[in-house]
Design a protein. Structure first.
Length: 341
């Protein structure tokens, strides 16, 4: 006869395995749909068409190709640090999904400081990038790592301040409770669509999306991996499956940030007129959250395909001169609104 503790361990292991499957799958879906197909349509071309129906297996083919590549470590590199850097970057992406709810029961751990935890573990990628840049024994890699560290540290502040507005409105940092409050809330006495925080926290949402774009080091914030200057920056010496780790980390993190934005501002998995905790709500929740994630991912990649790269001084100015002051004003206004209400 199994004890309750045994069931807890089994259920936790199942949820962890699901998370480990979701991140690469999300990276594949977002990478194929947006990197290959959406960008192709925006540029009036077809994109990959040979691997699978309409090119649907192209990313899988690319992954197999990377696994066949020779794993090369530079002679002067710090081998242990060089090897652990991509693992650190990818691990930070996996850890975000621990507190990201996809249904009433579909969450690995609903901790009371979930929003803080998600932002904290997402910043671990900075350490991995610095490790990659320093350990590669390559000047281009070191410059890319230093650029990335300066950029990510600068944009983590507006990212945090944007989420702080949501936390003030919700009165909690639990991701599941933030979803519930948006689902059961009302707008001026009307609860037809709940109270998604994107209405009252639209400024925070815009700041979060800009900062997330910079955290992903995607255009127009791609100075750390500028091919024309640094030959992919901190990743320049990586080959084979180690480079694949960085690739999965980039698109998996895009999936994670889209999931955070959908949860914090769009009500996550919840549907306002469904308040029951029946088992089938978990299935509906997964579908609803996936649709919201794909919609936000479209915004992320739309910007990526549209705007040219910022100069380093412009990139830093956007964070320190504009986003952070606006985010602070938003926090003050949110606090005043919360007290007034």
């Amino acid at each position: 006869m199994m004890l309750a503790a045994d069931y807890w361990w089994i259920w936790t292991i199942v949820k962890v395995v699901v998370v480990l499957a979701i991140v690469p799958t999300g990276a594949l879906v977002i990478g194929f749909v947006f990197l290959f197909k959406v960008m192709s349509y925006m540029q009036s071309r077809l994109g990959p068409m040979e691997a699978g129906p309409q090119g649907t297996l192209q990313l899988l083919a690319d992954g197999l190709k990377f696994l066949q590549k020779e794993d090369i470590t530079p002679k002067q590199a710090d081998k242990w640090v060089f090897a652990l850097a991509p693992v650190m970057v990818l691990a930070s992406t996996f850890l975000v999904f621990v507190v990201l709810p996809a249904g009433p029961d579909l969450i690995v751990e609903d901790i009371q400081t979930g929003a803080f935890y998600a932002l904290a573990v997402s910043s671990l990628s900075v350490i991995g990038i610095l490790m990659a840049g320093w350990a590669s024994a390559n000047k281009f890699a070191l410059l890319g790592g230093l650029r990335a560290a300066a950029q990510l540290i600068a944009y983590e502040l507006p990212l945090l301040l944007a989420v702080l507005g949501v936390v003030i409105m919700a009165g909690t940092m639990s991701m599941q409770e933030i979803v519930s409050i948006q689902n059961t809330g009302e707008i001026f006495g009307w609860g037809g669509i709940g109270n998604p925080f994107i209405i009252t926290q639209i400024v925070g949402f815009v700041i979060f999306m800009i900062a997330a774009q910079a955290e992903l080091t995607q255009p127009p914030f791609d100075m750390p991996v500028a091919e024309s200057e640094l030959v992919t920056g901190y990743m320049v010496e990586y080959t084979g499956f180690r480079f694949l780790f960085f690739f999965i980390g980039e698109f998996g993190t895009a999936f994670a940030f889209a999931g955070l934005a959908a949860t914090l501002w769009l009500g996550g998995w919840a549907v306002p007129w469904i308040t029951t905790d029946a088992w089938w709500v978990n299935l509906v929740g997964v579908a609803v959250l996936f649709i919201k994630i794909m919609a936000i991912s479209f915004l992320i990649f739309w910007v990526r395909f549209t705007y040219p790269r910022f100069r380093e001084d412009q990139l830093q100015a956007i964070a320190w001169k504009y986003l952070i002051p606006i985010a602070l004003v938003n926090v003050l206004a949110t606090g005043a609104f919360k007290v007034w209400m």
